[in-house]
Design a binder for this molecule. Structure first.
Ligand SMILES: Nc1ncnc2c1ncn2[C@@H]1O[C@H](COP(=O)(O)OP(=O)(O)O)[C@@H](O)[C@H]1O
Ligand SMILES: [Mg+2]
Length: 341
């Protein structure tokens, strides 16, 4: 395992006709850049470069992969490419748009719509800091997951699973869309000793079947639905739930949810419990089933969904100021951000 992270491509590097502006984020599996296309339009480009398998010296274009890691590197690369191909077929406001994907520099690049905003995780962390009783309001949670589920349903219709749904991978754009990012197909094959292995699951959001080393068997829409339940839980509680192995040992979910009763409707709390059933068969089996249940309850819900709820939430959380400096500079160019709803 290499100790140093692969160096990002420097600003002004040209790849596939796109010009790199700067690095946006560096994760374990790749690097995300802001770039400009030939028309000068901003795009986000994700470069496949798993830190565990490849290195790159500063100023170099090509990753270095040790001979014994070549096979795995190639496997991940193909999978990343397939992820791009599959995502490119989906056009939905709640799923990050893939504009292009191509091979270059011995790796693969996925060109996406450039999203400006903050992750749901940022919102939760900010809200947590306020130390109020409620992290997010129920109407906000319902509107948010209504959008996310519409996107997820399309993803499942395309025979894909996300497998890493968590607040950090739900992006809230400045124009008030909830967008699923970071589709983890590439992760499916990485970090293995030659065999098919589970993704780098995020504790708290990964369903119990994700921990079983049985290839893809047992995974299905219900696996993403478990993660959705855990995300809703986090929006109410401010923290992720205990991870699945802990729950299998001693399950405190019902106790934790009981503390939320009174603050949130019993219906929403029951939906979380349903989604997070340890037994996959006891969960909603499809996004449609879950949507139907949430819609049924929403009809009974006395509190109407406010319009402009994200603006109000942002304003209340002071997220305009709390943004990372680079994100804030984009926002300052946008007039919509804190306009009164
Ligand atoms: N399309 C995009 N537009 C803007 N920023 C993005 C986009 N995709 C990813 N990012 C940024 O890069 C970070 C990492 O991307 P992600 O796809 O989640 O990969 P990973 O978590 O595997 O490193 C995100 O949290 C987000 O900040
Ligand atoms: Mg991510």
């Amino acid at each position: 395992m290499s100790k140093t992270k692969p160096a990002p491509l420097p600003p002004d590097t040209l790849i596939g006709g796109y010009r790199i502006v700067r690095l946006l984020a560096a994760g374990g599996f790749g690097l995300v850049y802001l770039a400009l296309d030939a028309q000068g339009r901003e795009v986000a480009i994700k470069e496949y470069l798993p830190a565990a398998l490849a290195t790159r010296a500063p100023g170099e274009l090509l990753p270095q992969v040790a001979p014994e890691k070549q096979a795995l590197y190639r496997l991940g690369l193909r999978s990343f490419f397939e992820e791009g191909r599959a995502l490119a077929q989906i056009a939905h406001p709640a799923v990050v748009g893939v504009l292009n994907f191509f091979r270059e520099n011995d790796t693969v690049y996925m060109v996406m719509d450039y999203l400006q905003g903050a992750s749901l995780q940022d919102f939760i962390v900010t809200a947590r800091g306020r130390q109020r009783k409620k992290i997010l309001r129920e109407a906000t949670i319902r509107s948010l997951f209504d959008e996310v589920l519409r996107g997820l349903r399309i993803v499942h219709q395309h025979k894909m699973l996300h497998l890493d749904i968590k607040p950090a991978n739900i992006f809230i754009t400045d124009d008030n869309r909830a967008v699923l990012i970071d589709f983890g197909a590439a992760r499916e094959v990485l970090n293995t000793e030659g065999t098919f292995v589970r993704p780098m699951y995020t504790p708290g959001f990964a369903a119990p079947e994700m921990y079983r080393r049985t290839g893809g068997a047992g995974l299905g829409p219900w696996t993403d639905i478990y993660a959705i339940g855990a995300c809703i839980y986090s929006c109410m509680q401010g923290y992720p739930p205990h991870d699945a192995p802990q729950r299998q040992e001693k399950d405190r979910l019902v106790t934790a949810l009981a503390r939320l009763r009174g603050l949130y409707s019993n219906e929403l709390i029951d939906v979380v419990e349903w989604c997070m059933a340890l037994d996959p068969l006891s969960r909603p089996q499809s996004v449609f089933a879950l949507q139907r249940e949430l819609a049924r309850e929403a009809a009974a819900e006395p509190e109407p969904t406010p319009s402009g709820w994200w603006e109000r939430l942002r304003a209340r959380l002071g997220l305009a100021q709390a943004q990372a400096p680079d994100a804030a500079s984009h926002q300052s160019q946008r007039s919509s951000f804190l306009e009164p709803p």
